[in-house]
Design a protein around this ligand. Structure first.
Ligand code: GDP
Length: 301
């Protein structure tokens, strides 16, 4: 995809430089490959794992040329990425595993949370599903306004209350409304203030508890939105959110404007939580369902 061009160029040129013209894989090649991956934002931990896997393969295979090494590298990078758990696997077209399917969307302000909700609403609706939005980020007037704009843009109803009202009350209203309307999928926006971890934890637990009064096994998905253009900062946010609440899926945004897309590999490997969506622009069409094979292949071609 064109949205990933900068990441592709960056990754491809670094890796190519590291292995160009080599016919045996020695320490030097592995070192420069390691350096290339780290500087492409793959992160130390994931890079080390990839290099170890490559090393093990190369030792088995001994003599090797550049294109073979390329192939091995590609396979081992893919192997470090987690598979989406089949239990709550879904796409836009198929029926969702539960009705209504409740998706709680979490993440720090500015990462593209509202935009991602808008894009998801657009895709679900286009596939013929009844969508409902819940504006449970009641702390910022702008958040409710933005979500309202997306609701109008996509033609999807929204449940909201006055600014400053209890986010859990909005979540409760939204889920109750979804049940009585017979909605297929519910996307609930939450406040993303990270300055106080205890507060974040308490608030998300409260929202969960209240949702469970209506639907005991909900939320069915907790989608954490991360800004891919912030590179290693996105990793740090993932750490904090996964410590605060149970996150079941990731969306990584703004991969169109950055060369730091290698961070997707780091995040997917380190958190054992599937990356389900990637954002490659500001428009509602600019959301891709993440496919690890396609993603890794695109980095090399
Ligand atoms: P929120 O505060 O997390 O809800 O963030 P918003 O959804 O309001 O997004 C913040 C800014 O990032 C807006 O200007 C969006 O248009 C922009 N944005 C969101 N997703 C993407 C993306 O995938 N690519 C690009 N280039 N911009 C994005």
């Amino acid at each position: 995809d064109e949205g990933l061009q900068k990441t592709k160029d960056n990754f491809f040129s670094k890796v190519t430089k590291a292995i160009a013209g080599k016919s045996t894989v020695d320490e030097e090649v592995l070192d420069s490959l390691e350096e290339a991956l780290v500087s492409a934002d793959v992160g130390i931990e994931t890079t080390v794992k990839i290099i170890e896997r490559v090393e093990a393969r190369v030792a088995r295979d001994k003599y090797i040329n550049t294109s073979e090494l390329n192939g091995i590298l590609q396979e081992e990078i893919e192997a470090t990425l987690v598979d989406a758990p089949t239990a709550n696997n879904y796409d836009f077209q198929s029926d969702l595993p539960k009705k209504p399917y409740i998706i709680l969307v979490v993440g720090v302000n500015g990462v593209g949370k509202t935009t991602t909700i808008g894009k998801l609403a657009y895709n679900f609706k286009k596939a013929g599903k009844e969508v409902l939005l819940g504006a449970a980020d009641t702390f910022r007037a702008a958040a409710v306004d933005q979500l309202t704009i997306w609701s109008e843009r996509t033609g999807v109803p929204i449940v909201k209350q006055a600014m400053g009202s209890d986010p859990a009350a909005v979540a409760f209203d939204t889920v109750s409304s979804a049940v009585s309307r017979g909605s297929d999928v519910v996307l609930i926006d939450t406040a993303g203030r990270l300055h106080n971890k205890i507060h974040l934890m308490d608030e998300l637990s409260k929202i969960r508890r209240v949702i469970q009064k209506v639907i005991p096994d909900a939320p069915h998905e907790v989608l954490l939105v991360l800004d891919g253009s912030t590179g290693q900062n996105a990793l740090e946010q993932a750490k904090q959110f996964t410590a605060a609440t149970e996150v079941t899926a990731l969306a990584i945004t703004k991969l169109d404007g950055t060369a730091k897309g290698g961070v997707v590999l780091a995040i997917a490997n380190q958190f054992k939580i599937p990356v389900k969506f990637i954002g490659v622009g500001e428009k509602m069409e600019d959301l891709l369902v993440f496919d690890k094979h396609e993603f890794v292949e695109s980095l090399f071609n």
